[in-house]
Design a protein around this ligand. Sequence first.
Ligand SMILES: Nc1ncnc2c1ncn2[C@@H]1O[C@H](COP(=O)(O)OP(=O)(O)OP(=O)(O)O)[C@@H](O)[C@H]1O
Ligand SMILES: [Mg+2]
Length: 391
Amino acid sequence: MKNSNKEKTILLVDDEEDIRDVLGISLSDIGYNVHAVENGEEAILLFKKINPEIVLTDIKMPGMDGIELLRKIKHESPDTEVIMITGHGDMNLAIKSLKYEATDFITKPINVDALEIALKRANDRMVMKHKLREYTESLEELLQEKTELQDRLSSLGLMIGSISHGIKGLLTGLDGSTYILDSGLKKNDPEMIDEGWEAVKITIQRIRKMIQNILFYTKKRDIHREPVNILYFVNDVASFVEPKMKENSIDFIKNFNSSAKEFEVDTNAFRSALINILENAVDACIKDKLKKEHHIEFSVKQDRRYILFEISDTGIGMDDDTAAKIFTLFFSSKGDKGTGLGLFIAGNIIEQHHGTIKVNSTLNKGTKFSIRIPRIAGKTAIERPTSNVQR
Ligand SMILES: Nc1ncnc2c1ncn2[C@@H]1O[C@H](COP(=O)(O)OP(=O)(O)OP(=O)(O)O)[C@@H](O)[C@H]1O
Ligand SMILES: [Mg+2]
């Protein structure tokens, strides 16, 4: 056993100097780092300083006795092992000390073998407690992993459900369009052929968008920001949605008076986020039958550190209930025409750019999305948005 306890510290408490000396030598010999004091009060003071793994204390001492010291130490540090030294006839006290969670007791005159057995017991208990703590920690980690896995599985289940539902809708659309196309071909009616073919193309477009969304969501890819010309970027984004606006006689107001030349962005990711918001604006205008004319305004502004994109529409708007849910995975009010992935993904992309997105919407009036991202990568947007909906 020699030297095996080199790093362990023992606090030895006994009012008899001889015992302190003899035990001190034996314990050092076994390999402990020994600190000896003659009473409970000193023991408490030193205990706080050296925080020993083991305390070896006499039960009967003038002033604070061993039991009181044991209780104080256990209160302060429940994991410290406390071994009691008892005299003949102290059996009741010894039993009482066990009630207060003493590790063991040895009787005077002290036999080295008995001391070693008590110390071994203390060491075993320490190892056991350590192992128990480790097991508990890994159990907690396992539980955490299990919960995450369950969440992921149930969101995967939801996703599969939603995708199947979406695909079913798209297939119904495809059936309808091919029927028109077939009839057109049979009747040799060019107008009907055009109509059917247009409908097929729109459905293909929808399938493509859905697949892109799913791929983005499942890959959870990292973003790579690169310097991009702002005007070039916003014009590019606008060109994607402009045809659909023209088709539906929605006025498109572009307000690109940014003086900044470049900003750092993951072009593909951020473009798809803005396109989705603009497409939502188009859908909202198409759905609104109250107003005769609609317009969508797309603007980009900047200050020294941030770029602010604003997309406002005069569409159907949202009530508070809807507005609170729009960033939720799979939330969509568009039935078969929407996957509900658009804003969920857009929100994530903006977050990955350390940006913020806020929404102001009034039912039957319109909606405004404001997206703010730091111009340069790595600069976090400090200011939090204050509107009703935010990320
Ligand atoms: N500009 C807007 N005006 C009114 N409602 C909106 C607007 N933008 C979003 N919403 C609401 O938020 C919902 C979620 O939008 P999101 O883009 O996530 O999904 P989606 O457009 O329904 O489907 P997807 O984008 O996957 O095709 C929409 O279904 C709609 O109810
Ligand atoms: Mg959308």
